[in-house]
Structures are given as C-alpha cells and as structure tokens.
Design a protein around this ligand. Structure first.
Ligand code: GLC
Length: 423
C-alpha cells in the first residue's frame, strides 16, 4: 500500500494544479471552485476487486472529494441498462461513469456525458487506437482507462504432446478442435456466445477476420451484406453444427467461458487477457499448461475487436471538476500500472507494455500490445445499443441453426438499415 500513499501525495499536487478539465459550455468551472466535492463512480461489477484500494488512495488524499464506488451488474448489457435508465431519468446517481468503449458515441449523442478538454489529459501517452474510442464527432467525451484485445488461449501441454503449433487459421483451429480435443475428452472451442455484448464482440471479430465490416462512417452506412460477413458468421454457426463448439458455449459470458477453460474442459478459448492471468494462477487446473496467440482468421491471423472502457463525466455530475481530477488520477502512470498488476486488466498507457519488469510478470504483454494496435473498433453509432442487440439476435439464430448464415446476414443488413434510418 506504500505506493498508494505516495501516489496520493503526488496526485494531491496534480489535482490542485489541474482545474477546468471540462470543455467550455458545461456547468463545470474548477477555477472558481464550484466543481469540487464528493463523487460516485459507477462501473460494471466484474473484475473490480482491485479498484477499492485504488480509490482509497484517492480518498485519503481528497477527504472533501471522496469517491463512492457503485458496482452495477457484471454483464455489459445490464450495466448499460442501469446507467442509461439513470441518465435518462435525470436522477444523476452517477457522477463518473466507467463506460464500455463501445458506448461513447451513444452517450455523447444523447447528451449524457460532458465533452472534456483534450489538453488536460495525457492522451499522447496512450496507445493510439484507444483515444479514438473516447471521441465522438471530433470531440473528446471520455478518457481511456482500460483497453482489451481478444486472444486465443490454448492448451500448450496438449498441443506439445501432439507436436502441433497453435492454430493460425480457422481451418487449423477447426481441425485441431475436432480431432485433438476429442482425443483428450475435451470440448474444442468456445468464446462468449450468450446473446449479449460479448456475442457482438465475437461476431464482429469473425466478420472482421474474414475482411468484412458491419457499419461504415459513424453508423450511417450498412456494410454487413458481404461474402466476408457470411464467411465469419458461417464459421461460428458451423462450429456449433459440427460440435467443435459445445452447445454449452451458447450460454457463456466471459466468466463462464474462463471457468470452463480453467477447469480443463476446453482446448481453445477466445477471451480477454485477464482470463490468461486467471487460468495461470492459483486454483486453476491448467496453470502452467497454457499459451496465448493472436486470434486466427480464414487464411492467417484474424482481427480482434478493441475492448476496454473509458471514464466519462455525467452531465448531471454534482462536482465535475473533482470528477475530471479523479479521471486524471485513474489514468496516471502509477495507477495504470496497478490496473495491470492488481487488476490484471490491460492499461492504456503505451510505455507500460515495454517495461521489462512488467513483461517478466505478464509475458503476453507484447502480443497484447500488437493485438490492441491492430484491433478494430466496434461499429460507431449513436444507436449502438440497438445495433448490438440486432447483431446478437441474428448471430444467435445463426449459431442455433435457425437461420443459414446467408439469411442471417441479409436480415442483419435490413435491421441495421432500419436502425440507421431512425437516426
Ligand atoms: C469486456 C470488454 C468490453 C466488451 C465486453 C463484452 O469487458 O472490455 O469492451 O464490451 O467485454 O462482454
């Protein structure tokens, strides 16, 4: 805890120096002292065990600007529902919002979060693609906090025994998942296939890996009706049909899929890097037996979707300057390091990925950095919530064989066009 106290002292100074973070035109004005006081920070409840001690560090240094952590449900969709209900009603229970990177456009377009002043945050120190997820129509509406890229985790012990390299293509993945998994009594491949945001992520990765896209511009153009999208959705649907994706995976969110892999029931798992850390740790049946590689695609490495979350200030925030100062604290180098070492979550600060000490502890950092730099954002849309629901519903129907991939892609294109028309 020593570092937290030291960080607290340094940050007290920084916070005094940094005022007026919120772009003009909002109620905030730290210089006049009107924007300082206690706060709430709302976040999805999963993987937040590390966060309370970080916030204690802030609270000790800022007794008049104490932050209270509000933990919402684990799943991205339920958190989205609770945040938007609160924001729509104007109840203003949440001052700082830890929002999924996919939601920035929607929250900004709805006027729920305040634009921020770019020069007040160390955006140049962040990995390049993450900053884009925090902007809407050219303005900064949030500050990147955690990033994420999908990895393929695999059972290294088993592939070594079989004398094969981890798969680089879908055909290799499919072949190994069918033949090798069965030989060892394992299921082949899983991702997050329950209809929720995680399925949108997995579907977008399959489509992007095949060279396709879903929407163009900031949501105005529908681009999903392509051979690439059919190939991507076809890959997922075929897996369930042919049994190398187990039925059970249709109920998996991140945690259920991690548990299955960690219990030694799966040969391959698509998940975020935290799952690698967890499956390598105490209590894991597969600790020391796993590896991680980039996601495969049809003819070579595929594409990951950019995950992660951004910190935004609600337009109803009671104390916007304290809110912005808290964001500066949470994105400071020292706290970002803790996000990795204590939370096993990928930080947004680029330097940390090249830190030899951290690489020793988290050997996947170079792969992850490459993954984040190459990752593709989810479709940007002011109606992202609707877009994601449409993707989930359609891809679920394709994976449960209720619709062919061809019909599913045609239907998705129609539904997305209807959403775009509503504007
Ligand atoms: C992770 C990612 C987030 C994504 C979610 C899907 O939390 O960081 O961006 O939307 O998973 O379940």
């Amino acid at each position: 805890m020593r570092w937290i106290r030291a960080a607290g002292r340094g940050l007290l100074v920084a916070a005094v120096l940094l005022t007026g973070y919120i772009a003009s035109g909002t109620p905030a004005d730290g210089a006049r002292g009107s924007g300082r006081g206690p706060l709430t920070l709302a976040t999805a409840g999963d993987l937040t065990g590390y966060l309370a001690p970080l916030l204690d560090g802030w609270n000790r240094a800022h007794p008049d600007e104490r932050v209270t952590l509000v933990e919402l449900p684990d799943s991205a969709d339920e958190t989205h529902a609770q945040m938007t209900t609160d924001l729509r009603s104007g109840a203003g229970r949440f001052d700082v919002l830890n929002i999924d990177v996919a939601w920035t456009s929607e929250f900004a377009a709805a006027g729920w979060i305040s634009p921020l002043q770019r020069d007040r945050f160390p955006l140049k120190s962040f990995l390049r693609p993450v900053v884009d997820t925090a902007t809407y129509e050219g303005r900064l509406y949030a500050v990147p906090y955690v990033t994420n890229a999908g990895l393929l985790l695999y059972r290294k012990d088993i592939l070594d025994k079989e004398g094969v390299e981890p798969p680089r293509t879908w055909a290799e993945l499919e072949h190994q998942a069918r033949t090798i998994a069965a030989k060892y009594g394992l299921d082949g491949y899983a991702g997050q296939f329950l209809p929720y945001e995680g399925l949108t992520v997995n579907a977008a990765e399959a489509v992007y890996s095949a060279g396709g896209t879903i929407l163009g511009d900031e949501g105005e153009r529908v681009t999903v009706n392509s051979a690439a999208a059919r190939e991507g959705i076809g890959f997922l649907a075929r897996g369930v049909r042919d049994g190398w994706i187990p039925q059970e995976a249709l109920t998996f969110k991140e945690e259920e899929s991690r548990q299955a892999f960690q219990d030694g029931r799966l040969l391959f798992l698509r998940n975020w890097p935290y799952a690698y850390v967890s499956a390598s740790g105490k209590g894991s049946e597969v600790a020391g037996k796993i590896g991680a590689v980039p996601l495969p695609g049809p003819d070579g490495p595929g594409a990951s979707v950019l995950g992660g979350s951004n910190l935004a200030v609600s337009t109803h925030a009671r104390h916007p300057d304290s809110a912005a100062a808290l964001i500066a604290y949470l994105t400071s180098e020292r706290v970002q390091r803790q996000v990795l070492t204590e939370g096993a979550l990928p930080p947004v600060r680029a330097d940390l990925y090249q830190d030899p000490e951290l690489i020793r502890e988290f050997p996947y950092l170079p792969t992850l950095r490459a993954g984040v730099l190459a990752a593709a954002p989810r479709p940007k849309s002011p109606r992202y919530d609707q877009v994601s629901l449409a993707v989930q519903a359609v891809v679920h129907d394709a994976m449960t064989q209720q619709q062919t991939p061809e019909a599913a892609v045609r239907r998705l294109a129609r539904e997305l066009a209807a959403i775009a028309r509503r504007g």
